[in-house]
Each structure stands twice: as structure tokens, then as C-alpha cells.
Design a protein around this ligand. Structure first.
Ligand SMILES: *[C@@H]1O[C@H](CO)[C@@H](O)[C@H](O)[C@H]1NC(C)=O
Length: 313
């Protein structure tokens, strides 16, 4: 901390981490490490498989690959720093680093939200309006969704951060978590933060709650529709839908609790953060590589092609 013009300025924050107990910390760091390695490999595998296999060049898989990319980025904002912090005595982050974390977290989080909506829309058209699918989900519509996702993420993040950049931090600088995020950092500012709290709820909170209900309604409509399909088509659709719905629930559950729940329980939302940093991002690769037939076949083709090309060279 520095004395500038008589006022104390906080230049860095200290993370208190997830736990004080040494044993639990070792467990957590191993857990984070294993999950993060899985996230990197699994999501890259999905991106590479979708990009290299022409059978998977459809809107659903393009969106899935985009989701994987975002998941990979999202967990890279918090997990590596958390793992590295384990090995240093003092878990410090600079003020700028902290702002960067908040920005990236909301940027990727906001984009993920739009991609999840796009995936629901894609399934809605495919299942409820199958005859119009090829006209509605043209290539540039899909690309438009992806562009809208990045755009929304950016706007959402900038509009949140605009309020935090100029907050006066002058004393307490211990963040009771393993990464910087608005609700926790705002609490440390030495000013009345009531309006800012409302702002976070109005922006992140309303955004997540509205998107969540939109998604729940669309998936309900889709689920009702597939009741009337012939059983073979409906069981394939159902397996894809269960995958999508699981991802939606695990992404939005923690988010809603952290940003929109009016009575936060401190120790709980710290652990919920673990969910969207390392658990949800691993889910996609797990669900889609283990359960999706087309994806599995494509991965087999990718392996064969790899082996063949190695034999030839
Ligand atoms: C994301 O979606 C766009 C538009 O469909 C697609 O062209 C691009 O390849 C996708 N990105 C990844 C990483 O798969």
C-alpha cells in the first residue's frame, strides 16, 4: 500500500484461498490440477474433432466447439492462478490483474450464456420446425450467433467494469476467495457500495435469471414436442437434450446463486465458484465424448487418420 496525497491506495489484493487447512489445500490443488488438465485436453479435443471432420460441420457442432473454446478460456482465467498460488506463501494479485480477471470472467461468461441460448434455439428449430431447419440455421446465421455471443460478452463485461475501475480502495485488501470477482471486490471499497451492489444484481443477476428462464421455457417446449415424435427419433433427441440441459443447469445454478441470490452464504458461494471454474467446463467434453455417438465416431476417424498418415510418412 502507498501513501498518495494523504490517502492510502491499495495496489494489490490478497486471496485468502478456499481453505486454511493444509490437508484440504493439498487435496484442492490436486483436484484443480487434474480437472484443469482434463478441461484443456477435453475441450481442445472437441474443437479439433469438429474442425477436422466434415460430418460434424453443422450448426449444432459448430456451436458446441465454440462453447468448448469459451469453457477453456473461462477456466483459464482462474484455475492456473489458483494452482500457482498454492506454491507461493502469499497469494497476491495486483490491482490491474484483479480487474483483468473480472473483465475476462464476465466477458467469457457473457459469451457462454449467448452460446447456450443459441444451442437451445438450434435444437428448437431442429426438433420443432424440422422442415425449416436448413433455411433458418444457415451458415451465416450460426456465425451471427457466435459474433453476437462475443459482442454481448464484451458489452456486459465493460458495463460492469466501468463502475469498478474508479472505486476507491484504501484499506482492507483480503479477498475471501481464490479469484477476483465483483461482489467480493466491491465489499472492500471504502465507500458506500449499496448502489454498486444493486448494479451487479441488475446487470449480471437479471441477465442470468432472464436467460435461465428463457432456456428453461425453450427446453420445456422442445421436451413436450418430442413426446409426439416416432420413438427412434425421440430417443436420439432426448439424449442430446439431456446433455444440453445438464450443462445449462450446472452453468446457471452457481451464477444465479452468486449474482442474484439476495442472501449470499459466504462459505457456500466460494465453493460454488469452484463449480463454474473447473467443474462445468469439464462437463461438455465428458458428456459429448462419452455419450454422443456422432462425436465418438468422428474421434475414431480422427485417430485412424492420424495413424494412417503416420504410417505413410
Ligand atoms: C464457431 O462458430 C463459427 C460459426 O459457425 C464457426 O465458423 C467456427 O469454426 C466455430 N469455432 C470453433 C472454434 O469451432
Amino acid at each position: 500500500m502507498d501513501q498518495v496525497n494523504g490517502s492510502v491506495v491499495t495496489e494489490f489484493f490478497i486471496f485468502l484461498g478456499l481453505s486454511n487447512s493444509q490437508e484440504l489445500q493439498i487435496f484442492l490443488v490436486v483436484f484443480f490440477f487434474v480437472f484443469y488438465v482434463g478441461i484443456v485436453f477435453g475441450n481442445l479435443l472437441i474443437v479439433i474433432t469438429v474442425a477436422s471432420d466434415s460430418h460434424l460441420h453443422s450448426p449444432m457442432y459448430f456451436l458446441l466447439a465454440n462453447l468448448s473454446l469459451i469453457d477453456l478460456c473461462l477456466s483459464s482465467v482462474t484455475a492456473p492462478k489458483m494452482i500457482a498460488d498454492f506454491f507461493s506463501k502469499c497469494k497476491v494479485i495486483s490491482f490491474k490483474g484483479c480487474l483483468a480477471q473480472i473483465f475476462l470472467l464476465h466477458f467469457f461468461g457473457g459469451s457462454e450464456l449467448v452460446i447456450l441460448i443459441a444451442m437451445a434455439f438450434d435444437r428448437y428449430v431442429a426438433i420443432c420446425k424440422p422442415l425449416r431447419y436448413t433455411t433458418v440455421m444457415r451458415g451465416n446465421v450460426c456465425a451471427g450467433f457466435v459474433a453476437a455471443a462475443w459482442g454481448t460478452g464484451f458489452l456486459h463485461s465493460v458495463s460492469q467494469l466501468a463502475f469498478a475501475v474508479n472505486l476507491p480502495f484504501c484499506g482492507p485488501n483480503e479477498v475471501d476467495s481464490f479469484y477476483c470477482d465483483l461482489p467480493r471486490v466491491i465489499k472492500l471499497a471504502c465507500t458506500d457500495t449499496y448502489r454498486l451492489d444493486i448494479m451487479v444484481v441488475a446487470n449480471s443477476g437479471v441477465l442470468t435469471v432472464c436467460s435461465f428462464f428463457l432456456l428453461i421455457i425453450s427446453y420445456t417446449v422442445i421436451l413436450v414436442t418430442i413426446q409426439h415424435l416416432p420413438s427412434e427419433r425421440s430417443s436420439k433427441a432426448l439424449s442430446t437434450l439431456t446433455a444440453h440441459i445438464t450443462v445449462v443447469l450446472l452453468f446457471f445454478g452457481p451464477c444465479i446463486f452468486i449474482y442474484a441470490w439476495p442472501f449470499p452464504i459466504k462459505s457456500l458461494d466460494k465453493f460454488l465458484a469452484v463449480f463454474y471454474s473447473v467443474v462445468t467446463p469439464l462437463l461438455n467434453p465428458m458428456i459429448y465424448t462419452l455419450r454422443n455417438k456422432d462425436m465418438k465416431t468422428a474421434m475414431r476417424r480422427l485417430r485412424k487418420w492420424n495413424i494412417n498418415s503416420r504410417i505413410k510418412s
